[in-house]
Each structure stands twice: as structure tokens, then as C-alpha cells.
Design a protein around this ligand. Structure first.
Ligand code: AHR
Length: 537
């Protein structure tokens, strides 16, 4: 029997390491249906929304008086699309904004809320330059979560806030009516039932915009924030601000020094989650046009670094926390385009980018990596859900469009809360120019999972020209039926634009199942994501 560790390696990355290539375009893939591994938390499929450009204002919040269809001010189309993919959580209000956010500014009658400073809006070309209007606050956020079925994940302000402000936010959210005065204030503001927030981030990027702390200093702050947490109203899942995965060494020193500083106090105070951030920008193909093969391969290959980051940080954490009490939380990940390719929706839509099929492939490769590391990951959040960076949607006024990445979340939905299955393939790798360098990419990558009598296999073919014939051999169970879907487009660089029909949508994929239910064959086209759902006998 192959160990879990080994199959992770053989499945996605060993082909890169070994570098052997097959000449034929057929790849044999083996799936063990009877070896369910770790549960893939649905929270791995989480979202991140920040008060940044057009994410909240216009993206999600249109206001109750808007002509845009809405529920109590929240864009209806957004609610519907999020429900359709069973969104498990939203992280809010930042990001960097979390460390300048004071929650009291965002409660009470909306017309009386203050206008405060928001550094993300500093380049606005109009009278809202630098302004945060606070029309979307804690109540509106919880409303969004309830309307979509998502769990709230709030990021507390460490950079410019205090433990007291944090604890009072917790009391405001979670204390039942008639207990502390802040609970009654919440009731007067229209919410009788507590919000029952369990996930609390303690700062954000505390090595950078969250205060420029040293890891030891942040460890001290972290302890101050969590020590007197008011746990009479429910236990928290604390998420501490982890490393910048984009740093050349993966920022392993931030992880090492934080846990070393925490160790003096014993594992009791270790956080539940350790937040790793990793954005993929073009590293070697910046001079190439945005719709070039070089940029495409550069981004996809750079995204694979996520696997290394998870493994290395996990190892370092294990040096201090042998039982791995603390899990990893990748609460910001995605593609980050260069400056000259942002604000594509207009100057107020800070960090808005084009949504390409390439980004959908990047998301699929990333989610497959997450599935392989299910036992290490408590949560992950794509940055950001709408109008910003690696988005699932673009929206402006009454226009709203799903970007290709949305459909990856839709196709991967059955992985949520399923058990990871061993998927083995000797796919080999291919070489591609990423501008200044040649990179190796797997010819095929993927993951699989099982929930009761159904299983899901998801696969990515990153090659721009070559399609692959997959022979999937299933052992430990028989397949009764299979349903395939594929996400691709004849033009790999097609742009999805607001006001135009969605350029990229999944279509059905023919899958042949042999008589015994042990073998399946199907085609994975070039530059495509495939999902095959299996009904087991
Ligand atoms: O997602 C945009 C920004 O990227 C976030 O505010 C910050 O945490 C990160 O640097």
C-alpha cells in the first residue's frame, strides 16, 4: 500500500521531480475507492471580501434603495451565485483594512455612521478619495452570511486596535440578550439572536500592513489579544497572522520565530490556525503580453509553489507543535497581476483584474493541492471574491458576470467535506517557456475524494495545445455511472467582460465506463479543467 505522503508526491509533483515524459497522449490514472483519507474541510473552499475598491461597495453592497435587485442592500445576483456553490465562509473586513477597522464605526443607523479613512481608496479620483463610508458593517456582513449559508470569519484589528476593542466586538457579536450591555446594544440595533462568530483572525499580515511587527513582538501581541477572550459565549477558533509565502524563502523564519516565542508559554496558547498568504504574480514573464503563453505558463508554474509552502511551514510548525494542534489556514491566495493590468473595471475598482481561463486553471491546481493536504488545512480563502484580484465575479451597477474561476468552485463542490482518495498517475512533465526561464509543468494534475456512494475526480491539463486521453482505473469499488464536465475554451486567452455574455462555461464531457465498472475513459482537452462525478455500486 502506498503511504499517503507518497501518493501526494507521486500524484502531482513527482512527475516534475523525475521529469520523465511519456510520448503518447494517453495517461493511466489509478483511483483507490476503498482508501478514504482525511476529510477535506468545506472551509478550504472559502472566500475573502475586504473593504477594498469595488469588493464591498458596488460588488456586494448596492444599498437597499438601489435599482439593482438586492436583499436589504446586498446584491441579489451575488447571493444567488454564492448559494449555488454552497459558500462555506467569508473572511471580512480585511486584509490590510482589518488593521484600520474599528467595528463601532459600522453599527447603528447607517445614515449616522462616520466616514473614516480607508487607505485602499487613497487613489480614488473623486470626493470619496481615502473614504470608508461604513454602510456595510457587522450586521450587514452577518446578513450576507445568513443569506448565503456561509460561516463568518472576522479579522480583528491588532495594528491600530486593542484587546479591549477586540473583546468588545466578540461580546457585541456573541453574548445573548440580557447579559452584557453590548448584547443589548446589538438587540437595539436590530439583532436579537447572537451572531455566534467562531472564527476570529488576530490581525492580518502583521509582518507588513498589520503593524510591521517582528515575529516575537507579534507573538506578544497575539497573547495579549487572546488571553482574556470572553469565552463564556462560545469558544473561538483563533487564526494568527502567519507568513508571506511570496517571500523568497517562503518566510519560514516568521513561522519559526513566532512558534519559538510562543513555546515558552507552552502549547496551551498556540493558535488554532496559522494564516499563510501566497499570491502568484508573473515572476519571469512580466515583459510578455498578458495574453501570451509565457505569462500563462509562468503563472501556472508559480502557483504550484503552494505545495512547497504548505509542506515546509507544516514541518517547521511540527518542530514546536509535535501534535499539530495548530492547522494551516491559507486565508489569502490567488493570482495578482502587475500594476499596469489592474483597475480594469475603472479607477475606483482597486486591484480589479481580467478573469482568464488561466486563472481558473490556477485555482483548480491550487484546490487540488489543498485537497492533497486536507489533514493540514483548516481553511483557505481565495482573494478576493468579487472585483478584486483572483475573482469569481465582476460587477458594476446592474452588470454582473461570473468569471471562469467561479466554475471551478462549482465543479469542485462535491470535494467539500468529502474524504480524500489516493489518485496516482505517472503523467510526466513538459517544458515550457515562462519568459526568462524554462519551467516544467505536470502534463496532468488532480485530486479525488469520496462521500458515501459518490466520488469526484478533478483533473487539470495545463498544456496549451495537447489534449490527453485518460484511462482511469478504479479499484476497491465499482463505478455504476459517471458524469463529466469540462471547463475550457478554444481561445485560452479569452477575456470575460462585463456587459458581455460569459465567455467560459463548463460543458458536459463524454465519459465511457466499462462493463465491470472498473475502468473509465475520457478526454481532457488542452488548457482545461475536468470534473468526473462517479456513482458507486
Ligand atoms: O488582498 C489584497 C491585500 O493583499 C490584503 O489586504 C492584504 O492582506 C494582502 O497584502
Amino acid at each position: 500500500m502506498i503511504s499517503r505522503r507518497a501518493w501526494v508526491a507521486t500524484t502531482v509533483f513527482a512527475p516534475l521531480v523525475r521529469g520523465f515524459a511519456q510520448s503518447s497522449n494517453e495517461i493511466q490514472v489509478s483511483l483507490r475507492l476503498d482508501q478514504p483519507g482525511a476529510t477535506i474541510s468545506r472551509h478550504i473552499y472559502g472566500q475573502f471580501i475586504e473593504h477594498l475598491g469595488g469588493v464591498i461597495y458596488d460588488g456586494i453592497w448596492v444599498g437597499p434603495d438601489s435599482k439593482v435587485p438586492n436583499v436589504r442592500g446586498i446584491r441579489q445576483a451575488f447571493i444567488d451565485a454564492m448559494k449555488a456553490i454552497q459558500v462555506p465562509n467569508f473572511r471580512w473586513p480585511g486584509g490590510c483594512f482589518a488593521d484600520e477597522y474599528h467595528w463601532r464605526d459600522g453599527i447603528g443607523p447607517r445614515e449616522q455612521r462616520p466616514r473614516t479613512y480607508n487607505m485602499w481608496q487613497a487613489n480614488y479620483p473623486d470626493r470619496d478619495k481615502g473614504v470608508e463610508p461604513h454602510q456595510f458593517g457587522t450586521h450587514e456582513f452577518i446578513d450576507l452570511c445568513r443569506l448565503t449559508g456561509a460561516e463568518p470569519y472576522l479579522a480583528a484589528n491588532v495594528g491600530s486596535g486593542s484587546p479591549r476593542e477586540f473583546h468588545e466586538w466578540v461580546l457585541y457579536c456573541n453574548a445573548p440578550e440580557g447579559t452584557v450591555s453590548l448584547a443589548d446594544l446589538r438587540v437595539r440595533n436590530g439583532a436579537r439572536e447572537p451572531f455566534n462568530v467562531r472564527y476570529w483572525g488576530v490581525g492580518n499580515e502583521s509582518w507588513g500592513c498589520g503593524g510591521n511587527f517582528k515575529p516575537e513582538e507579534y507573538a506578544t501581541e497575539y497573547r495579549r489579544f487572546v488571553t482574556q477572550y470572553p469565552n463564556a459565549y462560545g469558544r473561538a477558533f483563533f487564526i494568527a497572522a502567519g507568513p508571506n509565502g511570496g517571500a523568497p524563502d517562503g518566510h519560514l523564519s516568521w513561522t519559526r520565530r513566532f512558534f519559538a516565542a510562543m513555546q515558552e508559554h507552552g502549547p496551551r496558547l498556540f493558535p488554532d490556525g496559522w494564516a499563510l498568504h501566497y499570491y502568484t504574480g508573473p515572476r519571469r514573464a512580466g515583459k510578455h503580453p498578458r495574453r501570451s503563453p509565457e505569462r500563462y505558463y509562468d503563472i501556472l508554474e508559480a502557483g504550484l509553489r503552494m505545495n512547497w509552502l504548505i509542506e515546509e511551514h507544516w514541518k517547521v510548525m511540527g518542530e514546536y507543535d509535535r501534535e499539530h494542534r495548530t492547522k494551516l489556514v491559507v486565508d489569502e491566495w490567488g493570482v495578482w497581476q502587475p500594476r499596469q493590468e489592474q483597475q480594469v473595471l475603472g479607477p475606483r475598482y482597486v486591484l480589479s483584474q481580467h478573469g482568464y481561463l488561466r486563472d481558473a486553471l490556477h485555482a483548480a491546481l491550487t484546490l487540488d493541492i489543498f485537497n492533497h493536504h486536507a489533514e493540514k488545512l483548516a481553511m483557505c480563502n481565495v482573494a478576493q471574491t468579487i472585483n478584486c484580484l483572483h475573482s469569481l465575479f465582476a460587477a458594476s451597477g446592474d452588470q454582473f458576470v461570473r468569471l471562469p474561476t467561479y466554475y471551478v468552485f462549482e465543479m469542485y463542490m462535491p470535494h467539500m467535506d468529502a474524504q480524500a482518495l489516493p489518485l496516482q498517475m505517472e503523467a510526466g512533465s513538459f517544458a515550457a517557456s515562462a519568459g526568462e526561464q524554462t519551467v516544467q509543468l505536470p502534463r496532468l494534475a488532480g485530486s479525488a475524494s469520496r462521500k458515501q456512494s459518490s466520488a469526484l475526480v478533478t483533473l487539470v491539463n495545463p498544456h496549451l495545445q495537447e489534449s490527453i486521453r485518460v484511462r482511469l482505473e478504479c479499484t476497491g469499488g465499482a463505478v455504476r455511472e459517471a458524469r463529466g464536465r469540462v471547463l475550457t475554451h478554444e481561445d485560452p486567452f479569452v477575456e470575460t467582460e462585463l456587459g458581455k455574455p460569459e465567455a467560459v462555461r463548463p460543458t458536459s464531457l463524454a465519459v465511457e465506463v466499462n462493463r465491470s465498472g472498473s475502468g473509465l475513459t475520457f478526454e481532457v482537452p488542452a488548457h482545461a479543467v475536468v470534473a468526473v462525478e462517479l456513482r458507486l455500486g
